[in-house]
Design a binder for this molecule. Structure first.
Ligand code: HEM
Length: 316
């Protein structure tokens, strides 16, 4: 890597929710030039983005790149972000958050499916045989920002200045300033089972009403809702938010109904704690009942370095 200092510009982790998104997870192959090809492609992501975004400037194109723990050292040669580690499997009594491989995540967003498609096509052309695709999920926005369980999803996301405050690393980790951790999990739902529940039962599981999206009170004891289990406070009582951009995906013809979970955070431990509370339960044994109808097929952690760091990867 070149030793010169570049100004820190985060990637567009705070891009708005869009109508379409592609979640592309790849692994770097052991072909002789693979690392070099991946480096130069990541350094070039901004110009690839320009190739397609110019074709409809109103389509809100954004692509965020996340780099996994196992490839970080070889790919970047830079100091490791202090919390970067592989996704830890979490085994609850009944459900398991599986950990699955993946070196690089491309979170491709646009109002238009064709723009996401075209960017991914040009990107994979450039990457060639330096990567193999581990998972490609195409998400779509469903009525009123609802997930396929029928609930409005994303309401409690931070807004305004709370976004960078909860998503971007600052002075607590000087070599990772302007970066963000990303956790993804691809869930499929047992929709017939979910539909057998009454609306009131579903609302108690989620912690909000279904039609008008009003928050329900937290349970004082016993079974807690998804919303309550995902409210995280540190030892000083500060609540820590994360930024989610979940997307429905699936295909009625093959009875596939899913939610692609993606969370951005400044503190990886916050998402890990959420997962522990969901899968192990709080109190332990009382897991998040959303899991009785939602099975994670993947689980992978990445770090999205600042755009300026990505751009510098090609300069070696
Ligand atoms: C809240 C759906 C997985 C973290 C919610 C809400 C819904 C929802 C409908 C309430 C509205 C809102 O605030 O967005 C789902 C579905 C999932 C899923 C369908 C996958 C099957 C996860 C996972 C995490 C998570 C894996 C974290 C690791 C959160 C957080 C909130 C939330 C932080 C906001 C809690 C608050 O009110 O402060 N989710 N979620 N979700 N979910 Fe999920």
């Amino acid at each position: 890597m070149s030793g010169h200092r570049v100004p820190i510009a985060p990637q567009r982790v705070n891009a708005p929710l869009t109508q379409s998104a592609t979640f592309l997870v790849v692994s770097v192959t052991d072909k002789p030039d693979a690392i070099q090809t991946v480096r130069s492609t990541l350094a070039d992501v901004d110009s690839l983005a320009k190739n397609v975004s110019i074709r409809d400037l109103s389509a809100q194109f954004a692509c965020t790149v996340g780099i996994g723990s196992d490839i970080w050292d070889r790919l970047t040669g830079l100091p490791r972000p202090s919390e970067l580690r592989p996704f830890r499997e979490i085994k609850g009594e009944k459900h398991t958050a599986v950990s699955t491989p993946g070196d690089i995540l491309f979170h491709i967003r646009s109002e238009r499916r064709d723009i996401c498609f075209e960017f991914e096509r040009q990107l994979l052309d450039q990457l060639g045989d330096s990567v193999t695709v581990i998972d490609e999920t195409v998400g779509f926005r469903y009525f009123d920002v609802r997930d396929l369980l029928g609930f409005v999803d994303g309401t409690a996301n931070p807004v305004g200045l709370a976004v960078p405050a909860s998503v971007l690393i600052t002075e607590e980790d000087p070599s990772a300033v302007g970066g963000s951790y990303i956790v993804v999990q691809k869930y499929t739902h047992d929709l017939p089972g979910w539909k057998d529940l009454s609306t009131e039962q579903q609302e108690r599981i989620i912690g909000r009403t279904k039609i008008d999206n009003v928050e329900l009170d937290d349970a004082e004891s016993g079974q807690r809702s998804h919303k309550t289990l995902n409210t995280i406070e540190d030892d000083d009582g500060n609540e820590h938010e994360i930024l989610r951009d979940n997307m429905p995906f699936g295909s009625p013809g093959s009875a596939e109904f899913g939610t692609y979970f993606i969370g951005y955070t400044r503190r990886l431990w916050v998402i890990e704690k959420m997962l522990e509370r969901m899968f192990v339960g709080d109190p332990p044994g009382l897991h998040d009942r959303i899991l009785d109808f939602s099975k994670p097929l993947t689980g992978t952690t990445f770090f999205a370095p600042p755009a300026s760091v990505l751009a510098s990867l090609g300069s070696d």
